[in-house]
Design a binder for this molecule. Sequence first.
Ligand SMILES: [Zn+2]
Length: 286
Amino acid sequence: MNSASLRATHVTPASATARRWRPSPLISGAAALHAGAAAAVVAQPHAWPWAAGSVVASHLALIAAGLWPRSALLGPNWTRLPEHAGQRIALTIDDGPDPEVTPRVLDLLDHFDVRATFFCIGDLARRHPHLVEAIVARGHAVENHSQRHRHTFSVSGPIVMKREIEAAQRTLAEIAGTPPRFFRAPAGLRNPFLEPVLCGLGLHLASWTRRGFDTRAKEAGTVTHRLLDGLAARDILLVHDGHAARDASGKPLVLDVLPPLLRAAAERQLQWTTLRACLDGEAGQP
Ligand SMILES: [Zn+2]
């Protein structure tokens, strides 16, 4: 009996415990402004251009907040590890699993004895379940990066968002054997509907402290420099095993980024941890 059929014999809960949703000050403010604008138009109909203008302005503010991946204006967002992480930092690896790149990334992480957090795409996990199993078996964490990684995610309504995230949650929980605890939006873009959906599924939104733009860069050195420049305790770094850019020889950049990055972190006395290891007050390995 292989591991997949063994897992099929027991049910893995697809979600963690729900969190309570509290609207952020920006969302509460926008809601109050809508109510105020409606009341003003009823009381003084000729004020409608001002009311409409302020409603449009509040929508623009909400859209801008969603286009800023590291913003916490729409709800809580992990842009760094919590304080109790101390000297630890986290490596997050997005858009896989990828049959060519992921196994080589796993070998590099083993070589440096580093545990990372993989934000996997549900459809790819379904296509390459053995890679997700390998990620877990080698001590890393698997988190939710949506089922299809659609670029229209950030302009979707709550029903579509929930469907995308829930499908990935089911897929990844089933293959990894434990449900994701974190969600990262495709390209980090979102809208005010996301946080209530994440709360219902018990997921935490995570972005990053610094990223290397390793899906677009031309050389590994540029990416490594972006990640190491100012690197500090509690940083969350972002690289990609899926959609990885390649150098002139066709080699995925991330494979030349990781060795100097992992060496430099060790020289700076920084230890790697996973996001979920920091969730419950523990900053050790998962
Ligand atoms: Zn992505």
